[in-house]
Write a protein of this length. Structure first.
Length: 379
């Protein structure tokens, strides 16, 4: 709006005042409108300022929230970094574990290879073992058959020896009687050769009778042995020594005895056993009077008996041979005998389930030992 200048008003002195007033009113109304506009503007500014204040507080809250978020993000970053480190560590451990697993796998493969090799060896050993078992079974069967045949042969031989010895005794007694008659009637009446021949005949008959008697005894060990019963071996030894009293007195033999046990055995055969062993100790004496010592010691479920002497001794190579029937290490003129005594001892001991052996050196005496099981009564 254009307002008239003051000079213009002055120049119009004759102007109507109402028109002038209306102009002023218009100006005032315009001013009032401007003022209202300013007030509206002021209020708008105040509202804006108020909104700006509210926005400021909101921005501060947002800023704080953002800062909190940033803090959380920092913590989360730290956690993520820690997690990353842990994952890296786990990956490192996984790598080490992988290497260990690979090493273990290789070791297992090697073990499996060794196992396969061992399996092959075991299978080969099993095949060899089965072959050996089959061969052993065949050998055992053959051995069993041989044992049966041997037992049958032994029984037949024992029976033959018994019959032959028994049947030989009668004609032998007749020969012995006639040779003894010749010796009594014609001793010194014929020449020396005749006397010597008659003496040879008498001696031969006596040896034959002794041999037949020993063969009969040997053959009867199994067939005519008694049932085993509890036998005090001190009594057995006393009986054997009683049977040898003449030889003991003649040679001045000293016999010492340790305590002996009582075990199940054939008492009569045990007397023969000790009688033969002590008799041999007296027979094969050295220049000194015989010193004989009898002992017994328990070894597990067996008793080991020993008969030691100070006799002439036996060479190592004859330690087994002396237990074979009819084996004599000396001439009949030096040490008379039939060669059956120790074979009879072995047969008796084996019938009782034991064994017999000797420890000896020439000139240092001998120790005959035999073991017997400590069994109950009966065969």
């Amino acid at each position: 709006m254009r307002y008239p200048a003051v000079q213009d008003l002055r120049h119009f002195g004759g102007v109507d005042l109402e028109e002038y007033s209306r102009a002023i009113v218009n100006i005032l109304e315009d001013f009032r409108a401007e003022k209202e506009q300013l007030r509206d503007t002021q209020r708008a500014i105040l509202n804006v300022l108020e909104d700006a204040g509210s926005e400021k507080f909101g921005l501060e809250a947002i800023q704080k929230a953002v800062l909190n978020i940033l803090d959380d993000l920092t913590e989360e970053k730290a956690r993520l970094e820690a997690t990353q480190k842990a994952i890296l560590n786990i990956l490192d451990d996984a790598g080490a574990e992988k290497q260990m697993l690979e090493s273990a796998q290789k070791a297992v493969l090697n073990i499996l290879e060794d196992f396969d090799a061992e399996k092959n060896k075991v299978e080969a050993a099993n095949l060899e073992l089965r072959r050996e078992v089959a061969e052993r079974k065949l050998a055992e069967q053959a051995l069993k058959e041989q044992r049966i045949a041997l037992e049958r042969s032994n029984e037949e031989l024992e029976q033959f020896a018994y019959v032959a010895s028994h049947d030989l005794q009668e004609p032998l007694r007749m020969v012995a009687s006639y040779t003894q008659i010749l010796a009594r009637r014609y001793q010194g009446k014929l020449d020396e050769d005749a006397d010597r021949y008659i003496a040879f005949a008498v001696d031969g008959v006596k040896r034959m009778q002794s041999l037949i008697k020993d063969v009969l005894t040997y053959s009867r060990v199994r067939s005519q042995g008694a049932e085993f019963s509890m036998t005090p071996f001190s009594s057995v030894l006393e009986r054997a020594m009683d049977n040898l009293q003449a030889a003991i007195r003649e040679t001045g033999a000293a016999i010492t005895v340790n305590p002996l046990p009582a075990i199940a055995a054939d008492a009569t055969q045990m007397v023969h056993l000790f009688q033969n062993l002590i008799g041999n100790a007296i027979k094969f004496r050295s220049g000194e009077p015989p010193r004989i010592h009898v002992t017994a010691a328990r070894n597990g479920n067996h008793w080991t008996f020993s008969v030691s002497d100070n006799g002439i001794g036996i060479k190592q190579e004859y330690h087994d041979k002396i237990f074979i029937i009819f084996q004599c290490l000396h001439t009949r003129q030096t040490y008379p005998g039939t060669g059956i005594g120790l074979a009879l001892c072995k047969r008796i001991v084996e019938r009782h389930g034991g064994r017999i052996w000797v420890d000896s050196q020439p000139g240092k005496g001998s120790v005959f030992r035999f073991s017997l099981p400590d069994r109950e009564e009966g065969r």
